[in-house]
Design a protein around this ligand. Structure first.
Ligand SMILES: O=C(O)[C@H](O)CO
Length: 359
C-alpha cells in the first residue's frame, strides 16, 4: 500500500540506520550487522521496494530522502564511496566518474527503469558490475499512456478543452477541431518490442487497417502477435498515419527521427514518442510541426527533462507534451521498485537476477 510521507520517513529512519535496527542488541550483534553489504539508493523509491530491502535483513542501506529533487551530484559522489550495491533511477548518470567514486566494492547496480541510456554499460562491464533493470512490469502502463497520448494528439483534446474553457466554443461547426481517426489507418512502430506489441494490441480494436514496424532486423515472433509487417525505415515514414516510437536510445538511434524522416511522412500523420527524447531531433520536429509537414506530435519524453517552459515546442497547438509519465501508475511504480529491490538482493547474493541486462 502507498503509505503517507510521514510513515515512510519513519520506515526509512529505522531501515537506514543499522545501529537503530540493532538498538538494544549486544555489541557482537551490532558488529555482525554492520558487516552487511552497504547499499545507497539515489531516490525515495515507492514503499514496496523499501519494504523488501528492509525486511531482507541482507543489506544496510541509506537513501536520498526525497522524490522531488534528485540527489545533487556532489552528494551522490560522496555517498557511493565504498558501497556494495546501488539502486538508481533514470536521472542519475552512472558513468566513469561515479564508478570511480564508488570504488571496487560496487558489485551490483539496480536501476528502477526499463531504459538504460543513463548507464555507461561499457564501464560497468569492464568493472564486472552486474546490472538489474525493470522491463515488463511497466509495459501495460506505458502502452496505456501511449494510446491516451495518441488519441489526445490526434483528436486535439488539449486544444478542445482550452477552447471550451476560454470562450472559443461558439456554434457547432462542421470542420472545427477536426482531427484524424484510427479507423482504417496504418500504424507504424519504430522498434518492435514488448511495449510496441502492447500498444498495437490496444489500438487494434479501434479498427486499425494495418500495423507495420521497422527495426534493426525483423522480429517475426513478436510481429505475429499483432500481424505486423516488417518494412524499411523509409516505408515506415511514408506509410504510417500514426508513428509510435518505441525504440531504446542508443548511439544508433540518437536523433534517428529527424528532418529526413519527417519529410517523408504524410501531412496528415501523427508522431508519438514515449521512449526517449534523444531519439528525436527536436529542431527538426518543430520545423515539421510548424510548417504542417506533419499534423501533430505527442511527446512524453524530451531533451532536456524537464523541457524549459520557454521551449518553442510549447508554443505549438499541434504538439502535446507530457512530463515523462508513461509508467506513472501507483501499481506500476510500486512493481518497478519491488523488482529493482529484488534484482539488487539477488545480485548481491551472486544469484541470477529476475531481470538482468546482458552486458
Ligand atoms: O525507462 C523507464 O523505466 C521509463 O522511461 C520511466 O519509467
Amino acid at each position: 500500500m502507498w503509505c503517507s510521507r510521514m510513515a515512510l520517513r519513519r520506515l526509512q529512519q529505522v531501515a537506514v540506520t543499522p545501529l537503530n535496527m540493532a538498538g538494544g542488541l549486544t555489541s557482537k550483534v551490532q558488529r555482525e550487522m554492520s558487516t552487511l553489504p552497504r547499499v545507497y539508493i539515489t531516490r525515495q523509491i515507492p514503499p514496496e521496494g523499501l519494504k523488501i530491502l528492509r525486511e531482507s535483513g541482507q543489506v544496510q542501506f541509506e537513501l536520498w530522502d526525497s522524490d522531488d529533487v534528485p540527489v545533487p551530484r556532489k552528494e551522490l559522489l560522496q555517498k557511493v564511496k565504498g558501497v556494495d550495491g546501488l539502486v538508481c533511477v533514470l536521472t542519475e548518470k552512472i558513468d566513469t566518474e561515479l564508478l570511480d567514486a564508488a570504488g571496487p566494492n560496487l558489485k551490483v547496480l539496480s536501476t528502477m527503469s526499463v531504459g538504460f541510456d543513463h548507464l555507461s554499460l561499457e564501464e560497468l562491464k569492464k568493472r564486472g558490475i552486474r546490472v538489474g533493470y525493470t522491463p515488463d512490469v511497466l509495459t501495460d502502463s506505458v502502452a496505456e499512456l501511449t494510446v491516451a497520448l495518441l488519441l489526445t494528439t490526434s483528436r486535439r483534446l488539449i486544444e478542445a478543452t482550452h477552447e471550451a474553457k476560454t470562450g472559443g466554443w461558439g456554434t457547432w461547426r462542421t470542420l472545427w477541431l477536426c482531427g484524424h481517426e484510427l479507423a482504417g489507418s496504418t500504424v507504424g512502430i519504430l522498434g518492435l518490442g514488448r511495449i510496441g506489441v502492447a500498444i498495437a494490441e490496444r489500438l487494434a480494436p479501434f479498427k486499425v487497417k494495418k500495423f507495420i514496424y521497422a527495426d534493426v532486423a525483423p522480429r517475426p515472433e513478436l510481429a505475429s502477435v499483432i500481424n505486423a509487417e516488417y518494412v524499411s525505415f523509409d516505408e515506415l515514414a511514408k506509410q504510417s498515419d500514426f508513428l509510435s516510437v518505441c525504440c531504446a536510445l542508443t548511439p544508433e538511434t540518437k536523433e534517428i527521427c529527424n528532418k529526413d524522416l519527417f519529410s517523408k511522412m504524410k501531412n496528415t500523420s501523427i508522431f508519438i514518442n514515449t521512449s526517449r527524447g534523444g531519439v528525436v531531433n527536436q529542431e527538426d520536429l518543430y520545423e515539421a510541426l510548424s510548417t504542417g509537414q506533419i499534423a501533430g506530435a505527442g511527446l512524453d519524453v524530451t531533451v532536456p527533462e524537464p523541457l524549459p517552459t520557454s521551449h518553442p515546442l510549447f508554443t505549438l497547438k499541434n504538439c502535446v507534451i507530457l512530463p515523462h509519465i508513461a509508467s506513472a501508475s501507483y501499481a506500476t511504480r510500486n512493481n518497478m521498485s519491488a523488482l529493482a529491490a529484488n534484482n539488487l538482493l539477488l545480485g548481491l547474493r551472486g544469484e541470477p537476477m529476475i531481470k538482468e541486462l546482458k552486458l
